[in-house]
Ligand binder design. Structure first.
Ligand SMILES: [Zn+2]
Length: 229
Protein backbone atom coordinates (compact mmCIF):
# COMPACT_ATOMS: atom_id res chain seq x y z
CA UNK A 1 0.00 0.00 0.00
CA UNK A 2 1.48 3.32 -1.04
CA UNK A 3 -0.86 5.76 0.70
CA UNK A 4 -3.83 5.60 2.98
CA UNK A 5 -6.39 8.39 3.15
CA UNK A 6 -8.29 8.53 6.41
CA UNK A 7 -11.66 10.21 6.41
CA UNK A 8 -14.74 10.25 8.57
CA UNK A 9 -16.71 7.50 6.87
CA UNK A 10 -14.66 5.50 4.43
CA UNK A 11 -10.90 5.15 4.31
CA UNK A 12 -9.07 4.97 1.01
CA UNK A 13 -6.02 2.77 0.59
CA UNK A 14 -4.14 3.85 -2.53
CA UNK A 15 -1.93 1.77 -4.76
CA UNK A 16 0.07 4.16 -6.93
CA UNK A 17 1.54 3.07 -10.25
CA UNK A 18 3.87 5.10 -12.39
CA UNK A 19 3.59 2.88 -15.48
CA UNK A 20 4.54 4.68 -18.65
CA UNK A 21 3.56 3.72 -22.20
CA UNK A 22 0.93 1.41 -23.61
CA UNK A 23 -0.53 -1.60 -21.85
CA UNK A 24 -3.55 -3.76 -22.38
CA UNK A 25 -5.94 -5.53 -20.11
CA UNK A 26 -7.44 -9.00 -20.34
CA UNK A 27 -9.67 -10.30 -17.58
CA UNK A 28 -7.47 -10.28 -14.49
CA UNK A 29 -4.25 -9.79 -16.44
CA UNK A 30 -2.11 -6.82 -17.46
CA UNK A 31 0.23 -6.95 -20.44
CA UNK A 32 2.76 -4.71 -22.12
CA UNK A 33 2.27 -4.27 -25.86
CA UNK A 34 4.85 -6.97 -26.58
CA UNK A 35 2.66 -9.37 -24.60
CA UNK A 36 4.76 -9.59 -21.48
CA UNK A 37 2.48 -10.14 -18.54
CA UNK A 38 3.08 -7.85 -15.61
CA UNK A 39 1.86 -8.04 -12.06
CA UNK A 40 -1.80 -7.10 -11.91
CA UNK A 41 -2.17 -4.07 -9.61
CA UNK A 42 -5.78 -5.04 -8.97
CA UNK A 43 -4.57 -8.27 -7.39
CA UNK A 44 -2.27 -6.23 -5.21
CA UNK A 45 -5.09 -4.13 -3.79
CA UNK A 46 -7.24 -7.21 -3.32
CA UNK A 47 -4.49 -8.79 -1.27
CA UNK A 48 -3.78 -5.71 0.79
CA UNK A 49 -7.53 -5.21 1.38
CA UNK A 50 -7.80 -8.66 2.88
CA UNK A 51 -4.81 -8.06 5.13
CA UNK A 52 -6.09 -4.66 6.22
CA UNK A 53 -9.51 -6.04 7.09
CA UNK A 54 -7.89 -8.75 9.19
CA UNK A 55 -5.74 -6.23 11.03
CA UNK A 56 -8.65 -3.89 11.68
CA UNK A 57 -10.85 -6.72 12.84
CA UNK A 58 -8.20 -7.85 15.30
CA UNK A 59 -7.88 -4.33 16.65
CA UNK A 60 -11.67 -3.98 16.77
CA UNK A 61 -11.81 -1.03 14.42
CA UNK A 62 -15.04 -1.12 12.50
CA UNK A 63 -14.21 0.77 9.37
CA UNK A 64 -15.07 0.79 5.72
CA UNK A 65 -12.30 0.84 3.15
CA UNK A 66 -12.34 1.48 -0.56
CA UNK A 67 -9.11 0.78 -2.39
CA UNK A 68 -8.11 2.22 -5.73
CA UNK A 69 -5.25 1.83 -8.12
CA UNK A 70 -3.96 5.23 -9.24
CA UNK A 71 -2.12 5.43 -12.54
CA UNK A 72 -0.32 8.73 -12.20
CA UNK A 73 1.86 8.92 -15.30
CA UNK A 74 0.26 11.12 -17.95
CA UNK A 75 1.93 9.02 -20.67
CA UNK A 76 0.10 5.87 -19.57
CA UNK A 77 -2.55 4.18 -21.70
CA UNK A 78 -4.48 1.04 -20.83
CA UNK A 79 -6.25 -0.56 -23.78
CA UNK A 80 -9.34 -2.67 -23.18
CA UNK A 81 -9.59 -1.09 -19.77
CA UNK A 82 -12.36 -2.57 -17.67
CA UNK A 83 -15.13 -0.19 -16.66
CA UNK A 84 -16.03 -1.57 -13.27
CA UNK A 85 -12.57 -1.90 -11.71
CA UNK A 86 -11.34 0.52 -9.02
CA UNK A 87 -8.86 2.26 -11.28
CA UNK A 88 -8.14 5.97 -11.57
CA UNK A 89 -6.38 7.33 -14.64
CA UNK A 90 -4.19 10.44 -14.82
CA UNK A 91 -6.99 12.42 -16.44
CA UNK A 92 -9.31 11.68 -13.51
CA UNK A 93 -7.06 12.49 -10.60
CA UNK A 94 -7.91 16.18 -10.27
CA UNK A 95 -11.62 15.48 -10.21
CA UNK A 96 -11.16 12.60 -7.80
CA UNK A 97 -9.35 14.76 -5.26
CA UNK A 98 -11.75 17.66 -5.73
CA UNK A 99 -14.63 15.36 -4.90
CA UNK A 100 -12.77 13.89 -1.98
CA UNK A 101 -11.97 17.33 -0.60
CA UNK A 102 -15.58 18.40 -0.96
CA UNK A 103 -16.78 15.64 1.36
CA UNK A 104 -17.35 16.77 4.90
CA UNK A 105 -15.07 14.83 7.20
CA UNK A 106 -14.56 15.38 10.89
CA UNK A 107 -11.70 13.44 12.40
CA UNK A 108 -11.69 12.25 15.99
CA UNK A 109 -9.10 10.70 18.30
CA UNK A 110 -9.70 7.26 16.86
CA UNK A 111 -8.70 8.46 13.42
CA UNK A 112 -5.45 9.82 14.76
CA UNK A 113 -4.86 6.62 16.69
CA UNK A 114 -5.41 4.64 13.52
CA UNK A 115 -2.95 6.87 11.65
CA UNK A 116 -0.33 6.35 14.37
CA UNK A 117 -0.78 2.60 14.26
CA UNK A 118 -0.46 2.46 10.49
CA UNK A 119 2.71 4.54 10.60
CA UNK A 120 4.11 2.28 13.31
CA UNK A 121 3.29 -0.86 11.34
CA UNK A 122 4.78 0.59 8.17
CA UNK A 123 7.80 -1.24 6.83
CA UNK A 124 9.69 0.79 4.28
CA UNK A 125 9.24 -1.02 1.01
CA UNK A 126 12.06 -2.04 -1.21
CA UNK A 127 12.82 0.61 -3.83
CA UNK A 128 12.53 -2.11 -6.47
CA UNK A 129 8.86 -2.84 -5.98
CA UNK A 130 7.66 0.07 -8.08
CA UNK A 131 10.11 -0.35 -10.90
CA UNK A 132 8.61 -1.62 -14.16
CA UNK A 133 9.85 -4.99 -15.39
CA UNK A 134 13.12 -4.86 -17.33
CA UNK A 135 15.82 -7.12 -18.64
CA UNK A 136 19.44 -6.47 -19.48
CA UNK A 137 18.70 -7.02 -23.16
CA UNK A 138 15.92 -4.47 -23.41
CA UNK A 139 17.71 -1.65 -21.61
CA UNK A 140 19.41 1.01 -23.67
CA UNK A 141 23.18 0.70 -23.36
CA UNK A 142 25.60 3.57 -23.00
CA UNK A 143 27.10 5.66 -20.27
CA UNK A 144 24.91 8.38 -18.93
CA UNK A 145 26.00 11.62 -17.33
CA UNK A 146 26.03 11.44 -13.54
CA UNK A 147 24.56 14.95 -13.31
CA UNK A 148 21.99 15.34 -16.04
CA UNK A 149 21.51 11.69 -17.15
CA UNK A 150 22.21 12.54 -20.76
CA UNK A 151 23.60 9.84 -23.06
CA UNK A 152 25.60 12.47 -24.96
CA UNK A 153 28.98 11.55 -23.53
CA UNK A 154 32.13 12.26 -25.48
CA UNK A 155 35.41 10.57 -24.69
CA UNK A 156 38.28 12.95 -23.97
CA UNK A 157 41.76 12.24 -22.67
CA UNK A 158 41.28 10.24 -19.47
CA UNK A 159 38.03 12.08 -18.92
CA UNK A 160 34.56 11.80 -20.35
CA UNK A 161 32.70 14.98 -21.10
CA UNK A 162 28.95 15.39 -21.09
CA UNK A 163 27.92 17.18 -24.24
CA UNK A 164 24.68 18.33 -22.61
CA UNK A 165 25.83 19.86 -19.32
CA UNK A 166 29.59 19.95 -19.67
CA UNK A 167 30.33 17.73 -16.67
CA UNK A 168 33.72 16.03 -16.75
CA UNK A 169 34.36 12.69 -15.12
CA UNK A 170 37.47 10.58 -14.89
CA UNK A 171 37.16 7.45 -17.02
CA UNK A 172 37.88 5.27 -14.02
CA UNK A 173 35.13 6.92 -11.98
CA UNK A 174 32.70 6.52 -14.84
CA UNK A 175 33.51 2.82 -15.20
CA UNK A 176 33.05 2.23 -11.48
CA UNK A 177 29.78 4.12 -11.52
CA UNK A 178 28.56 1.93 -14.37
CA UNK A 179 29.52 -1.21 -12.47
CA UNK A 180 27.50 0.01 -9.48
CA UNK A 181 24.55 0.65 -11.80
CA UNK A 182 24.78 -2.86 -13.20
CA UNK A 183 24.97 -4.34 -9.70
CA UNK A 184 21.98 -2.35 -8.56
CA UNK A 185 19.88 -3.18 -11.62
CA UNK A 186 20.93 -6.84 -11.78
CA UNK A 187 22.02 -8.06 -8.37
CA UNK A 188 22.85 -11.52 -9.77
CA UNK A 189 24.77 -10.44 -12.83
CA UNK A 190 28.43 -11.40 -13.19
CA UNK A 191 30.59 -8.35 -13.73
CA UNK A 192 32.87 -9.12 -16.66
CA UNK A 193 35.00 -6.90 -18.85
CA UNK A 194 32.78 -7.59 -21.85
CA UNK A 195 29.61 -6.79 -19.94
CA UNK A 196 30.93 -3.44 -18.72
CA UNK A 197 32.31 -2.70 -22.17
CA UNK A 198 28.90 -3.28 -23.72
CA UNK A 199 27.11 -1.39 -20.96
CA UNK A 200 29.32 1.72 -21.16
CA UNK A 201 29.60 1.75 -24.95
CA UNK A 202 31.53 5.00 -25.02
CA UNK A 203 34.76 3.59 -23.60
CA UNK A 204 36.91 2.52 -26.50
CA UNK A 205 39.05 -0.24 -25.07
CA UNK A 206 38.32 -3.39 -23.14
CA UNK A 207 41.86 -3.14 -21.76
CA UNK A 208 41.04 0.06 -19.92
CA UNK A 209 37.96 -1.50 -18.38
CA UNK A 210 39.85 -4.64 -17.41
CA UNK A 211 42.50 -2.52 -15.68
CA UNK A 212 39.92 -0.60 -13.65
CA UNK A 213 38.04 -3.77 -12.68
CA UNK A 214 41.27 -5.48 -11.65
CA UNK A 215 42.31 -2.53 -9.53
CA UNK A 216 39.00 -2.11 -7.71
CA UNK A 217 37.47 -5.58 -7.54
CA UNK A 218 38.55 -9.11 -6.84
CA UNK A 219 39.15 -11.23 -9.90
CA UNK A 220 37.53 -14.65 -9.89
CA UNK A 221 38.33 -17.43 -12.35
CA UNK A 222 40.70 -17.17 -15.25
CA UNK A 223 40.89 -16.86 -19.01
CA UNK A 224 37.47 -17.08 -20.60
CA UNK A 225 35.38 -17.08 -17.48
CA UNK A 226 36.83 -14.25 -15.49
CA UNK A 227 34.50 -12.08 -13.48
CA UNK A 228 34.86 -9.56 -10.69
CA UNK A 229 33.30 -9.21 -7.26
ZN1 LIG B 1 25.44 16.07 -18.20
Amino acid sequence: MDSFIISQGTHFPCEIKNFEGDYYYKPDQFFTMNHTEIQNPLDQIKRSDTLLRQVFQKKKYSITIKSNVFFVNSAFTLYQAPLEKPILYPTQLTRYFEELNARPSILNDNHYKLADELVKAHKPSSPYTRVPPYTYENLKKGLICGSCYSYEILPGENVLICHTCGREEKVEDAILRSVRELQLLFPDIKITTNLVFEWCKVIGSRKQIRRVLKKNYTKIGNRHCTYYI
